[in-house]
Design a protein around this ligand. Structure first.
Ligand code: FMN
Length: 204
């Protein structure tokens, strides 16, 4: 007899549903067979080495395929891809791969129109209750330029929702320059570059 405290499954679902996430489609290719599964359990794990994970239910078809492939791709969906998410979450998705545009990736196909995609080599699979926790080392990053102005597809309380107003092209360009500043700052903090002369004028 298990000594676990009784947790109401509905309350558990409700509580974890308060955690808003993005939405991904994880893709694999085994021989000629291409398979995708909508997943919001994706998260980054480590920067060095670059590791990510997603969890897959043990009864999912993806769980059986993961045992047979070397890697997978994580496609991060935009707010224009709600239908794509629905297709890859459906029980019958034989048509799904025909209805979306796929590009060849280093380990698995990439979904066109995604905000970004990560090609990963499986580095570990751990048991997590009724799911497998699949850890992948990122071996390639795909950042399509045209997706920069789209917003993310968000999932909250078991529903798709708008997370942010997509930035205008000018705001997107500005965000990029802020990223460059941040990277410079990180390098500077690590001692890779000399200290800026006028630190007070810098925006961070
Ligand atoms: C927004 C959303 C997120 C989901 N996240 C996951 C997940 O992280 N892991 C999982 O196993 N299933 C997840 N699912 C359910 C799967 O997408 C669904 O069960 C799918 O049909 C399983 O695919 P397969 O059996 O064809 O591999 C999610 C569904 C939705 C709508």
């Amino acid at each position: 007899m298990s000594a676990r405290p009784a947790v109401d499954p509905a309350a558990f679902r409700r509580a974890v549903g308060e955690f808003a996430t993005g939405v991904t489609v994880v893709t694999v290719q085994h021989g000629d067979r291409i398979h995708g599964m909508t997943a919001n359990s994706f998260t980054s794990v480590s920067l060095d080495p670059p590791l990510v994970l997603f969890c897959v239910g043990k009864s999912a078809r993806m769980a059986r395929l993961i045992e047979q492939v070397e890697g997978f791709a994580v496609n991060i969906l935009s707010d224009r891809q709600m239908q794509v998410s629905r297709q890859f979450a459906g029980a019958n998705k034989d048509d799904a791969t025909r209805l979306v545009s796929l590009r060849r990736g280093p380990v698995a196909p990439l979904l066109s129109g995604s905000l970004a995609a990560l090609s990963c080599r499986i580095s570990a699979v751990h048991e997590g209750g009724d799911h497998w926790i699949v850890i992948g080392e990122v071996i390639a990053i795909h950042e399509p330029e045209q997706a920069r102005t789209n917003g993310p597809l968000a999932f909250f309380r078991s529903r798709y929702c708008d997370l942010i107003v997509p930035p205008t092209p000018a705001e997107a360009a500005d965000r990029w320059s802020n990223d460059e500043i941040r990277i410079y700052h990180e390098e500077w903090s690590a001692g890779d570059v000399s200290e800026p002369a006028e630190r007070r004028d810098l925006p961070w």
